[in-house]
Design a protein around this ligand. Structure first.
Ligand SMILES: [Zn+2]
Length: 315
């Protein structure tokens, strides 16, 4: 039975993430954004609290085991992860999107809910209210769970893994590109629709890292985002399966994700290999370089001493 379940999950993971990397990466959102860029800082970090963050780390142990990475829900975000998401948001014109790095700010989130005019008020004051109540009474600072809240337009990060932060950025870009962002976000709750959303976000990250010519970061992304997709596949079945059996389904679904992610990671060619194969393919396209030159220089000025975004490989 478990083997059969693993095969079903493996097929869904493989099908869901087929063709994940596109060479025609589009920088920026596809639609004009309503509302102004807030004056407050785009990225904020919660004040470290040894007790709170220690409890959060322990609560996050199942996630660390499932995704096999101790950076998951570790509640200590490094400059490298901050740099990765900051750079991604600049290059994709997501200036209105807030990033909270291990921060709990319910007042700020309720304010952002009222100010996010890009999403219709009908969705904001129903589903948006529910998600913000959830944020208020079940703080991610303790319970973890990196996510993007489309109703407040906020990315909440508790894991010190750049690819995870980028994945949440991918959700923001996808949703902010939709004509009906509230309806599109609400559809996430329908059975199996979430897999479409998850594929879009993961695909955007892998394509982004590909055109940015960052092979090591791509390998890191494959190793964490594929098993993460497996957890979402499991989540679709777990809507109908009571605890604790849902844990078994999650464990069974995550294994094909780990296998597929590691296989894909080994297939990512290094810069040297690409240069040997075709020196004209080893660098980003000239027009792409020109397109991103300005944001990069701004980011370098912001993080002059930051190490490579994926420097701490703990796998
Ligand atoms: Zn996601």
């Amino acid at each position: 039975m478990r083997i059969q379940s693993a095969i079903v999950c493996g097929v869904l993971v493989s099908l869901g993430l087929t063709g994940c990397v596109s060479s025609n990466y589009h920088y920026g959102v596809l639609r004009p954004q309503r509302g102004a860029v807030p004056a407050s800082p785009q990225i904020e970090t919660g004040r470290p609290n040894a007790l709170l963050d220690g409890v959060g780390w322990v609560v996050g142990i199942p996630g660390k085991i499932l995704l096999w990475d101790r950076r998951v829900d570790n509640h200590s975000i490094s400059p490298a992860t901050e740099q990765a998401i900051s750079e991604y948001l600049v290059k994709n014109d997501l200036g209105q999107t807030k990033v909270r790095l291990n921060q709990y700010d319910p007042l700020g989130e309720w304010r952002r809910l009222t100010e996010n005019h890009h999403v219709g008020a009908g969705w904001r004051y129903t589903l948006g209210t529910l998600t913000t109540v959830g944020y208020t009474i079940l703080p991610g600072r303790v319970f973890g769970g990196d996510h993007y809240n489309p109703f407040t337009n906020t990315i909440n990060v508790y894991s010190d893994h750049p690819a995870i932060a980028l994945h949440e950025g991918g959700h923001a870009k996808d949703i902010r590109s939709r004509e009906l962002p509230g309806t599109y976000s609400a559809a996430y709750m329908l059975p199996f629709v979430a897999l479409w959303h998850e594929e879009k976000a993961t695909s955007d990250v892998l394509s982004y890292l590909s055109v940015e010519d960052r092979p090591e970061e791509m390998r890191e992304a494959y190793r964490i985002l594929y098993p993460a997709y497996g957890t979402h596949v499991a989540g679709q079945f777990n809507n109908f399966i009571p605890p604790p059996f849902d844990l078994a389904v999650t464990a069974v679904c995550v294994i094909p994700g780990h296998v597929a992610g590691r296989i894909k990671a080994t297939q990512v060619e290094s810069r040297e290999t690409l240069a040997d194969a075709d020196p004209f393919q080893a660098s980003p396209l000239p027009e792409l370089s020109a397109q991103v030159a300005s944001p990069e220089s701004r980011i370098s000025a912001l993080f002059p001493n930051a190490p490579s975004a994926f420097a701490n490989d703990l796998d």
